[in-house]
Design a protein. Structure first.
Length: 185
């Protein structure tokens, strides 16, 4: 199945979810995430500000914001800039995603852990994004440990990759967590 077919299939499945199912899935995924040594040891975490169709990060951000340093991406041309998360400084940005405002751009080398959004993942850590390559460009320039999160149905058998695709180190869904056999280290 090619990336566009995967995107259509996952989108159709997401449209069937009820709000309680979305909330339960996010809680289960982030409960698993909180048990990881990688999370416990990380001070500086890049996370995405979830869109309505994505696994929600909002409760997790609220829960841990006073204990960890969180950063959000902001689109700048074809790249992502990383800025500290401050709920009161969010504004609607590119692609109707809330993004941080200001000039306090952080070097990606400062980030210990990246929670990566995706449309789908496979067991090799390959991911299908929304098709713009923002995260592949970012992941190709960082040594941070990367974790893709999603619903169980976002895990597919195999994803066709392109030379510019960068796999994540780990994937967490509602019912499982696994390391990628092709970790970038």
């Amino acid at each position: 199945m090619n990336k566009n077919d995967i995107r259509r299939r996952v989108k159709a499945r997401k449209n069937l979810l009820t709000d309680p199912e979305r909330e339960s899935a996010a809680r289960r995924v982030f409960d698993r995430f909180e048990q990881l040594a990688a999370f416990a040891m990380s001070e500086h975490i890049l996370i995405y500000h979830s869109l309505p169709d994505e696994l929600s990060t909002l409760s997790f951000l609220e829960k841990w914001n006073n204990s960890k340093h969180f950063y959000l991406p902001r689109v700048n041309g074809v790249n992502l800039e990383l800025l500290p998360y401050e709920k009161t400084l969010l504004k609607m940005g590119a692609f109707q995603i809330e993004e941080p405002s200001g000039d306090d751009i952080v070097d990606p080398d400062r980030i210990d852990l990246i929670i990566v959004p995706g449309v789908a993942y496979d067991r090799k850590g390959n991911r299908v994004g929304r098709g713009k390559g923002f995260y592949d460009r970012l992941l190709g320039s960082t040594r941070a440990f990367t974790i893709g999160v999603g619903y169980d149905f976002q895990l597919v058998n195999e994803i066709e990759t392109d030379p510019f695709d960068v796999p994540v180190d780990m994937v967490i869904t509602e019912s499982q967590a696994f390391l990628s056999p092709r970790r970038r280290r």
